[in-house]
Design a protein around this ligand. Structure first.
Ligand code: NAD
Length: 323
């Protein structure tokens, strides 16, 4: 059933697998197979979201993978995310139920607020996933439409899902320091996880320090930097795979640049959720727990920080327009 991979402890006594599989942009037709294969190989966490539009296929992969690896549901850590259009308390439970039904599960290990941004509600039957723009068909409404929902109200509704047993833990994505600090003032159930963009060009050391102090697990997404964003037309002229420093360190250790980026993240104590649709890369990306980067390597990568953020909702607001 695959190798035993490390866990990261959290303040909420849960143990999170340090390696998971990302599923953003995992195409229908491939998602099911790659998720099943990952579980067979030893991945024990799968990172999903309503917004990825593939939870049914991912769910099929989870069932097939558990069966092939002869594992039960409890062996797997499944995470999903509440989309921006469902922040009003009355929409939180239905959104979670829809994700559970698509995945074919009766509970989630972790449910996170996807962005600290509340958008106007779009009914499931109108469009699912609803994405960022309110109504792409209607020129009047083809912009982001904001909704006034305090995050505190959304959090209360998420806490109720824990009480009900539909989710085991609550977390947040893309929260900056001040929102986290605020969340800790009102949360009855603390956030277990902060999922943020982290790679050598965006290192966010102070946020990591804060989470360490508060024992909030940090999960790094887009560990390879620009790779995911180029095809979205968000190239910013920096390619981690071509970085001389990264290439030098990779050569020294006989590893790939991808493995160096993931190992660096692991040594910083963060969880990783690299995404791939290729089996050989599933293996490559999980082979980062039996070797180490030296202090010098960590220092050299530390010097690559440029504060270069790709997943920036502020920018989406400008490019998609706000209503
Ligand atoms: P990633 O850094 O995992 O990069 C994925 C890309 O890198 C893919 O295009 C893949 O082809 C390529 N790749 C994968 N392994 C490789 C290897 N070994 N060598 C070379 N190229 C390789 O990026 P991501 O998908 O942006 O992030 C990972 C996961 O994080 C997502 O799938 C999703 O689950 C999650 N995520 C969450 C948020 C959020 O807002 N919470 C945002 C982005 C991503």
């Amino acid at each position: 059933t695959g190798p035993s991979l490390p866990l990261v402890p959290s303040a909420t006594s849960a143990k999170f697998p340090q390696l998971g599989l990302g599923t953003w942009k995992a195409p229908k037709g491939v998602a099911s197979k790659i998720v099943a294969k990952a579980i067979e190989l030893g991945y024990r966490a799968i990172d999903c979201a309503c917004d990825y539009g593939n939870e049914q296929e991912v769910g099929e992969g989870i069932r097939n993978g558990l069966k092939a690896a002869q594992l039960d549901r409890e062996s797997l850590f499944v995470t999903s995310k509440l989309w921006n259009t469902y922040h009003k308390p009355e929409h939180v439970r239905p959104a979670c139920m829809k994700t559970l039904s698509d995945l074919g599960l009766d509970y989630l290990d972790l449910y996170m607020i996807h962005f600290p941004i509340s958008l106007k509600f779009v009914p499931f039957e109108k469009r699912y996933p609803p994405e960022w723009v309110h109504d792409p068909e209607d020129p009047e409404n083809a912009t982001m439409r904001m909704e006034k929902v305090p995050l505190q109200d959304t959090w209360r509704a998420l806490e109720a899902l824990v009480d009900e047993g539909l989710i085991r833990h609550v977390g947040v994505c893309n929260f900056p320091y001040a929102l986290l600090e605020d969340l800790l003032t009102y949360s009855r159930i603390r956030p277990s996880v902060l999922q943020i963009e982290l790679h050598p060009y965006l290192q966010q050391p102070r946020l990591l320090q804060f989470c360490k102090r508060e024992k909030i697990v940090v999960t790094a997404f887009s560990s390879f930097g620009a790779t995911s964003y180029k095809e979205l037309g968000m190239d910013r002229g920096h390619n981690l795979f071509e970085d001389d420093c990264m290439k030098h360190i990779a050569r020294k250790h006989g590893k790939s640049v991808a493995q160096v980026a993931l190992r660096w993240a692991v040594q910083r104590g963060t969880a990783i959720i690299p995404k791939t649709s290729k089996v050989e890369r599933l293996v490559e990306n999980m082979s980062v727990f039996d070797w180490e980067l030296g202090e010098e390597d960590m220092k050299a990568i530390g010097a690559l920080d440029r504060g270069l953020r790709y997943n920036d909702p502020g920018e989406f607001c400008v490019s998609l327009g706000m209503g």
